[in-house]
Design a protein around this ligand. Structure first.
Ligand code: HPA
Length: 274
């Protein structure tokens, strides 16, 4: 990844901001609504930012929204870049490098995911405890630029224990039921076959999706503390006797919207007071 390109994008954004963001947010499919809670928003469409790819998938607006969420300076990605859209991993993870350059030290990553754990239900929120990279590639393949991080990054606490604890406390205090589990990142764009879902369960996965893993790898490489939250938008293939569709994913995220908004707002507020 080109250091100068990241600096160019960051300085372009920086010129438009009044305050330095503390927390970065990546809003997944159907979850972009959170950006509407941001006060005094500065909105920057991705296609205006030098070096940024442009998002294509339905349900993704494709802009950065910067401002205060629950009184804390944040920078939110309303829409993300997926590997299945055809972007190389450098592009998928470019915004994470840029947000780090802008000064964030924590990243909250959200996504819609299929429930693999049979005790889950559509509409559940899940704190990601760990992930399995099943994408068949890794965003750090290639020469390592030590200005970003080390050659062989430790992944033993990809999802911060501290932030997971805070998220759990916030959920309990607000009487929100919350699940915890391992997220498996598949390349997509197809949903899994029932046999693949059984394999994912056997290998320790609780939820499956097509994002998050690349961004989290790059975030950890650059020393960011990460919190991941999945919205279980459907049960993964073969669990229920019905086909999967993107419409169902969006419908469920719509239903879970209020608890998702409450959870993330309260987490951000808590982090702002630390
Ligand atoms: N599989 C993969 N990705 C997903 C799913 C799923 O069932 N639901 C939402 N994103």
């Amino acid at each position: 990844m080109d250091y100068n390109q990241i600096q160019n994008a960051a300085s372009f954004i920086n010129d438009k901001l009044k305050q330095q963001p503390k927390i970065g947010l990546i809003l997944g499919s159907g979850l972009g609504v959170l950006a509407e809670d941001i006060e005094n928003p500065v909105k920057i469409p991705y296609n205006e930012i030098p070096g940024f790819p442009v998002s294509t998938v339905e349900g993704h607006a494709g802009q950065l929204v910067c401002g205060q969420l629950s009184g804390v300076e944040v920078i939110a990605m309303q829409g993300r870049f997926h590997y299945y859209e055809g972007y190389i991993m450098d592009k998928v993870t470019f915004p994470v490098r840029v947000m780090k350059e802008l000064g964030i030290d924590k990243l909250i990553v959200t996504n819609a995911a299929g429930g693999v754990n049979e005790s889950f239900e559509p509409g559940d929120l899940m704190i990601i405890t760990d992930h399995i990279n099943n994408m068949g590639t890794n965003p750090l393949i290639g020469p390592n630029d030590s200005r970003f991080g080390v050659r062989f990054p430790d992944m033993s606490e990809a999802y911060s224990k501290n932030l997971r604890g805070i998220a759990k406390d916030v959920a309990d205090k607000n009487k929100l039921t919350i699940k915890e589990g391992v997220y498996v990142g598949n390349p997509g764009p197809v949903y899994e076959t029932p046999a693949e879902v059984r394999m994912i369960r056997t290998m320790g996965g609780d939820a499956v999706g097509m994002s998050t893993v690349p961004e989290v790898i790059v975030a950890r490489h650059s020393g960011l503390e990460v919190l991941g939250i999945s919205c279980i938008s459907n049960m993964a293939a073969g669990i229920l006797d019905q086909p999967l569709s993107h419409d169902e994913v969006i419908e469920t995220t719509e239903k879970v919207k209020s608890s998702f908004l409450l959870l993330v707002n309260e987490i951000v507020k808590t982090l702002g007071n630390k």
